[in-house]
Design a protein around this ligand. Structure first.
Ligand code: UD1
Ligand code: MG
Length: 453
């Protein structure tokens, strides 16, 4: 029988050290808010209901949480009086009666589902409280886990700790799982007689032990417990997140030639046997199918890249781009809202916006879809097996039929029927001998200017 779980996410942090006009938990790692990462993992760990405790920017934080976990309830903690006080802001939700109460911090985006599940598993096997701890070389600032053998006796906050206790390197991550039958009773007993005058959630350990309840610790990697307080922390956590995802990608069969130079978004999905060359950035909403290659220095966002396609080097795929199987997008090409057909090629120096290009069509170097009149966007539809000569301007709205041919350097303003040839450029004029005359005239001019007067 699976146990029900209420997850309480504390997100009332001031975040003043971020020096930001936004709440701390709304800052992003890999394109997703800090609190979004926490909620995503909590969902995967089997959360039934989320209670979010917010302070500043309550509305924005609430809407972000609701977007990721619909049905999230928010509780405002108007006065910051400690972690137990914050948890009790969600008293009403706790009172609904869940088997497990999982307490998380909204600013620790690297915490994994597995760790949450291990803490919950301890409750399932009889613990009343389970604390997630970690070992660190730098325990300063953390609550210390005071152990007797494998028994957790108490958590001592830095400010209340003796010198001996401060030497302890086993610390409290802040993540805690509490049996729902005991949660409210224990939380209500927590007082604030400590150095900070705050209601410490950590005091629940001693209170539970006094009732002869079972208290346990599970250990997590220090990385998982990192909280973000500054822009420096944000960059560090981003770095660690990227490292983790690169490892996962490679384990999933993706070749990364220089993993440390490739950046993913939280939702980047890449199939096995894709090759990603150095210095590639994946923005939000990208899927890449098996056998595709993303060449160096490409920026890909909101795009579906089909099997065996080839992108870049130096390509920019913008949102709404779909590249069919074996499609090719080469260097200095930008696409936006474009469907490139199977085997179609757009290899050099081109902008395609609001366009569809049929299978096997070739778009020559320097082609531009003129899709915008300053106010409105228009579409360009190009059929299959067409050929767009280099340096053409395709003025939308425009339809170019299957098998049609556009002469190089054309400005195409009218539809081109199936199999037709369109040329829209000035006719070439050749004047024999005139080249030499111009050359001589220019040389004479220069000589006359350099004479002393
Ligand atoms: C807390 C733990 C400490 C642990 C550390 C891990 C307590 C008493 N201490 O200490 O054992 O090692 O986290 O990082 O629990 N919050 C609120 N409202 C409040 C107070 C805090 O929402 O009134 C939220 C904060 O936004 C933050 C989290 O709770 O997300 C932790 O609060 P913080 O003040 O950072 O606690 P620490 O002193 O770091
Ligand atoms: Mg803290």
């Amino acid at each position: 029988m699976s146990r029900t779980c209420l997850t309480i996410v504390l997100a009332a942090g001031e975040g003043t050290r971020m020096r930001s006009s936004r709440a701390k938990v709304l800052h992003e790692v890999a394109g997703r808010s800090l609190v979004g990462h926490v909620l995503e993992a909590a969902g995967e760990a089997g959360t039934d209901k989320v209670a979010l405790v917010v302070g500043r920017d309550a509305e924005l934080v609430t809407s972000e949480a609701g977007r990721i976990t619909p049905g999230t309830r928010t509780f405002e903690q108007t006065e910051r009086r400690g972690t137990a006080h914050a948890v009790l802001a969600a008293r009403e939700a706790i009172g609904e009666g869940y088997d497990d109460i999982l307490v998380l911090f909204g600013d620790t985006p690297l915490l994994t589902r597995e760790t949450m599940q291990r803490a919950r598993a301890e409750l399932a096997s009889g613990a009343a409280v389970c604390v997630v701890g970690f070992e660190t070389q730098n325990p300063t600032g953390y609550g210390r886990l005071l152990m007797a053998g494998s028994d957790l006796l108490a958590i001592r906050e830095e400010k209340d700790a003796s010198d001996d206790e401060r030497r302890v390197r086993l610390c409290n991550s802040g993540v805690m799982a509490i049996d729902g039958r005991h949660a409210l009773r224990l939380l209500d007993r927590i007082g604030n007689a400590n150095a900070k005058g705050e209601f410490y959630l950590t005091d629940i350990v001693e209170l539970a032990r006094n009732e002869h309840l079972n208290v346990r610790v599970v250990l997590a990697d220090e990385i998982e417990t990192l909280g973000v307080n500054t822009r420096g922390d944000l960059a560090h956590v981003e770095h660690l997140w990227q490292q983790r995802r690169r490892t996962e990608m490679m384990a999933g069969g993706v070749t990364l030639r220089a993993p440390e130079t490739v950046f993913f978004s939280f939702d980047t999905a890449i199939e096995a046997d894709v090759v990603v060359e150095p210095n590639v950035v994946f923005g939000l909403g990208v899927r890449v199918a098996s056998g595709a290659t993303i060449h160096a220095f490409s920026h890909v966002e909101g795009a579906l890249v089909g099997a065996d396609a080839s992108i870049g080097p130096f390509a920019r795929l913008r949102p709404g781009t779909t590249i069919a199987r074996k499609g090719r997008v080469g260097n200095f090409v930008e696409t936006k809202n474009v469907a490139l057909g199977e085997g179609a090629k757009v290899n050099h120096l081109t902008y395609l916006g609001d366009a569809s290009i049929g299978a096997r069509t070739n778009v020559g170097a320097g082609t531009i879809t003129c899709n915008f009149d300053g106010h409105n966007k228009f579409r360009t539809e190009i059929g299959e097996n067409a050929f767009i000569g280099s340096n053409s301007s395709l003025v939308a709205p425009l339809t170019i039929g299957n098998g049609a041919y556009v002469g190089s350097g054309s400005v195409v303003t009218e539809d081109v029927p199936v199999d037709a040839l369109a040329i829209g450029r000035a006719r070439q004029v050749v004047k024999l001998g005139r080249g030499r005359e111009i050359e001589e005239r220019n040389a004479a001019l220069k000589a006359s200017r350099s004479k002393p007067v």
